[in-house]
Design a protein around this ligand. Structure first.
Ligand code: GDP
Ligand code: MG
Length: 613
């Protein structure tokens, strides 16, 4: 395939606007996969169990297809991307391998928060953008109105907008046509020395690391000797091929193509995402890599059985290879033993990672409460980033010498129908939002106009249940996106300072349950937490005091009574029913109990901490 007949593109959209469905239709229409019965909701590219269960795309996937137009055969490389704000790193990474993007917008919902953010990422990368309205088969679709919206928000020419139904297949032909006509072929050369961008990788049990690459110049074949610009390590190519959509070996990868390389990389860490590969002895200027990502939320992950730590760490290492946005460090807890402290881009990201560890690696784990990283500035101007509650200094003790605590803030944008503006403003203010502003998105002709509300808000306010509240209080209409806006000082003299709260079981502190809370909320949070713990911890043979403490001060207490001598009586009490109910809720009945000191602490004690406030 010469460059002129190659098109590398991506589908970008807000979550649920139909990316994966359209990807399936394109694969069917080009005969890459067999046609499925209409109405089947199984997306071919959503391979992970967590993706199929939740109906969201987590990992960007690559698929190649061929399409013939007036006797000329084209090679189309599609990169499907996730839409959720937590996975924006995947989006920008996928786009680095493309020359064009289909901007898909749901014709019943119009432009949503992530439509705007992905549009800007694509614009920055100078990609050709093809606007596509989807779901026009739905009675509630309002194509004219959304086309006007695209024009006013993005300056898109209404004549360029395609209208389709990814579900029925209506108009999808025109999408293929537009990809070929409007997206420029990659500018690559056969004669220049081999140069490829490594943009993704995963681990294969038999062949080691498989890297996804986009070939910028030159040709690569089995047996070629290549090297990494990043590590300077050398490899011999064992296999090359394309994703069709499964791996399909080919004799070579040509300039402009997107495909995979297996080259005997043994260690996950060797495949450095953003690396430039070249031929041994013929170095090239490395391409700009990807910006290192910044973790927004940290949590500890520990094996239920302490003996499983080595296995767990290896599983985490393998999994982080397919998701480079996760950062990992060892951590040890007096209550839970050896574990890892992981950094994520958001709580959905964290939850998905946890589920993947359980699904794909059969791990039995305990995840501690998520924390954002705080910047603690001392009077001698030393600055320390604290991402673990137990390392948070005791602010009530003046001798610790803390001058200021800075917390991370984000610039948030929320899109809602005008009617919910008041409700949304209230929600933002109750989460310490500042610089709240808004502007209208549609130009006033329709009855229900939509507004975009922007504000600066502390990250700690949105990592727990902000998204759920946002959805709940807007009847599901609000969409939400945010970007990092640095750190902001919270003055020590103000009441808003954060403190660390620790819980004690039987007088022993459980460090893994520690939380960072507002000083103003300490009483409420402390009380609520000991109550919750009291509910989830099964009764023991002896009485267990459950206490919340700040520094040395106990601020709340509940007492868990001992099981009565008649064991069966205890079994039919509330605890037994709760336990059964929980077992039913869980897919597997594998009980996750952690013995801490002499007390059995169930997994849900740790899970429940996720929904604080
Ligand atoms: P993604 O999150 O952007 O990948 O969205 P999906 O492809 O998973 O689609 C989200 C939901 O919208 C699924 O339930 C699809 O069946 C549905 N959907 C996608 N395209 C259409 C369409 O053209 N018409 C209708 N009626 N439903 C669609
Ligand atoms: Mg999807």
């Amino acid at each position: 395939f010469p460059c002129q007949v190659i098109r590398n593109f991506s589908i970008i959209a807000h979550i649920d606007h139909g990316k994966s469905t359209l990807a399936d239709r394109l694969l069917e229409l080009t005969g890459t996969i067999p046609k499925k019965a209409l109405g089947s909701n199984q997306q071919v590219l959503d391979k992970l169990k967590v993706e199929r269960e939740r109906g969201i795309t987590v990992k960007a996937q690559t698929a190649s297809m061929t399409h013939t137009v007036s006797g000329r055969k084209y090679l189309l490389n599609l990169i499907d991307t996730p839409g959720h704000v937590d996975f924006s790193w995947e989006v920008s990474r996928s786009l680095a391998a493309c020359q064009g993007a289909l901007l898909l917008v749901d014709a019943t919902q119009g432009v949503q928060a992530q439509s705007i953010s992905v549009f800007h990422i694509a614009k920055e990368r100078r990609l050709k953008i093809i606007p596509v309205l989807n779901k026009i088969d739905m009675p509630a679709s309002q194509p004219e109105r959304i086309v006007a919206q695209l024009q006013s928000i993005f300056g898109i020419d209404p004549d360029e907008v395609l209208q389709i139904s990814a579900k029925t297949g209506q108009g999808v032909d025109a999408v293929l046509q537009a990809i070929i006509e409007r997206i420029p072929p990659p500018s690559a050369s056969v004669d220049e020395p081999f140069k490829a961008l490594l943009f993704d990788s995963h681990y294969d049990r038999y062949r080691g690391v498989i890297s996804l690459v986009s070939i910028h110049n030159g040709v690569i074949r089995k047996g070629d000797k290549i090297a990494s610009s990043h590590s300077r390590k050398k490899y011999e190519v064992q296999e090359v091929g394309i994703m069709h959509p499964e791996e399909l070996p080919t004799t070579s990868l040509q300039p402009g193509q997107v495909g995979y390389i297996a080259c005997n990389m043994k260690e996950s860490s060797e495949a450095h995402v953003g690396d430039t590969l070249h031929r041994v002895g013929i170095p090239v200027d490395p391409m700009p890599g990807f910006q290192p990502i910044k973790a927004m939320v940290y949590a500890g992950i520990f094996p239920v059985d302490t003996n499983d730590f080595v296995k767990l760490e290896e599983s985490i290492r393998r999994l982080t290879l397919t998701d480079r946005s996760v950062t990992c460090q060892r951590e040890s807890s007096s209550a839970l033993g050896q574990g890892c402290r992981l950094g994520f881009l958001g709580t959905l990201h964290m939850d998905v990672f946890r589920q993947r560890l359980e699904d794909e690696y059969d791990a039995s784990i305990i995840v501690t409460a998520p924390t954002v990283p705080y910047k603690v500035v001392y009077r001698n101007n030393n600055t320390v980033i604290v991402s673990n509650p137990t390392e948070f200094p005791d602010l009530s003790d003046a001798s610790t010498g803390v001058k200021e605590v800075h917390e991370p803030v984000v610039k948030a944008s929320i899109i809602v129908p005008e009617d919910y503006l008041g409700e949304m403003m209230e929600l933002c203010f109750s989460h310490r939002a500042e610089d709240v502003g808004h502007r209208f998105l549609d130009s006033g002709t329709t009855t229900s106009t939509r507004v975009i509300l922007t504000c600066t808000i502390p990250l700690s306010e949105i990592v727990t249940d902000f998204f759920d509240k946002l959805k709940g209080r807007s009847s599901g209409y609000a969409s939400f996106d945010y970007e990092d806006a640095g750190y902001k000082a919270s003055d020590l003299s103000k009441a808003r300072i954060k403190i660390c709260m620790v819980f004690l079981l039987n007088g022993k502190p459980v460090d893994a349950l520690a939380l960072i809370v507002h000083r103003s909320a300490q009483q409420d949070v402390g009380k609520m937490w000991v109550k919750k713990l009291h509910k989830v911890i099964p009764r023991q043979l002896f009485e267990v005091p459950i206490q919340a403490a700040i520094g040395k001060k106990i601020i709340a207490r509940e007492t868990l009574k001992a099981v009565r001598a008649d064991v069966t009586a205890g079994l039919y009490g509330g605890h037994y029913e709760r336990k059964m109910k929980h077992l039913e809720n869980q897919k597997e009945s594998k009980r996750r109990m952690k013995r801490i000191g002499s007390v059995d602490l169930p997994q849900e004690a740790f899970f429940d901490i996720l929904s604080t406030k």
